[in-house]
Design a protein around this ligand. Sequence first.
Ligand code: AMP
Length: 458
Amino acid sequence: MSFSTLGLSDAIVRAVTEQGYTTPTPIQAQAIPAVLNGGDLLAGAQTGTGKTAGFTLPILQRLSTDAVGAAIKSKTAPRVIRALVLTPTRELAAQVEESVRLYGKYTNLNSACIFGGVGINPQIKLLKQGVDVLVATPGRLLDHVGQRTVDLSKVEILILDEADRMLDMGFIHDIKKVLAVLPPKRQNLLFSATFSDEIKALADKLLNNPASIEVARRNSTVEVIAQKIHPVDRDKKHPMLAHLIKSNAWEQVLVFMRTKHGANKLVEQLGKDGINAMAIHGNKSQTARTKALAEFKDGSLTVLVATDIAARGIDIDQLPHVVNYDLPNIPEDYVHRIGRTGRAGATGEAVSLVCVDEHQMLKDIEKLIKQTLPRHVIPGFEPDLNAKAQPIQLRSGAPGHGNRGGGGGGRGAPAGNRGGNGGGNKPRSPGGAPASAGAKRSNNGPRPASASRPGRDR
Ligand code: AMP
């Protein structure tokens, strides 16, 4: 099967071919014809499956080849926002918009990306100039709606990307507010990695007789991801990580941590061990994040320490090692984390450093992935079997670290849904650096802490 047999125009096939893609991925093979048909779509697919091109290619095709597209091309009609993509994070918004640009380079369509945490004025200017495809995080989009600096009255196609994540992050109210200002007659595409009751309820409300597709979840591709648990005392995690990196001569390791504070501390500690590490999380400037990611990708940085949200949507090919320095509060996050490795047929390794406080979390994860993970005690790091579990929030130093990321996040979520770290309801910080056209910035919004385990600090 080729992209042209799916019904895509030469302009789009050319751009795709330039990216080196010859064969559509399973999600693309199913989603492209469904979207070209004009109907609604419910798609189950994770990052790494090629889902972005799965919706980007057909929407570009639809918008560039119809009468309005022709009028825009011949400059007889102004550009209006005809497709709106909502994403949970700045990173994902920037990546999606980059895909729109890449795949749309031979069409006459343009795009813009807007999210919080950066100045709003450059975005207003961009929007004024006319945009065909807008990629946005919900919070900042609503700011523009409130200031009447965006016109969504001509939107024909709405895409909710990583809808499960948007709900996790408390965006449901923002999404509803956006839906209320869109024209009722439109095509709706909902992409989600998981299908909770909440997602099903949203799909029921949003989608009209949708085509439904689901591609194999990457978490089921465990054959290519070797997973291991290293039991360890809570205060031995850092020496254990340094030991693993040094003794195995690991050169590229993505380390996940629950808290921003913990990530910073770990970077400092590894630095003292002579291990080159940087952190990415919501408190880091976009410049710092971009730098860390670029160095990690090109191999000059050994360790990238990331919080779940900051790492979301980041695409690193052939990542050999993922370390869960601590386990995520939400079992699904484990799947997202380990899915960073073992991609594209490459083998990968995911190890988790688990202390006594995390035994219940481990049980929840094993229940979700329906397997018991092998335990390997590392000589010299044998855990104290008499150690008593402590509540996670005590270790996370929860109050005061703030749950805020960039400005796009989670406002409108009920206060009680934000967990106990006291950061979730602070007003958003005013814009920082100005957004350049289609700025590649990230929106690391907050997500609610698990009710049973407060103290998230992203
Ligand atoms: P996504 O799931 O959209 O985040 O895409 C994951 C990765 O797959 C991205 O790096 C894409 O560039 C890549 N990709 C998308 N479609 C294809 C394809 N048909 N063939 C090969 N790689 C692809």
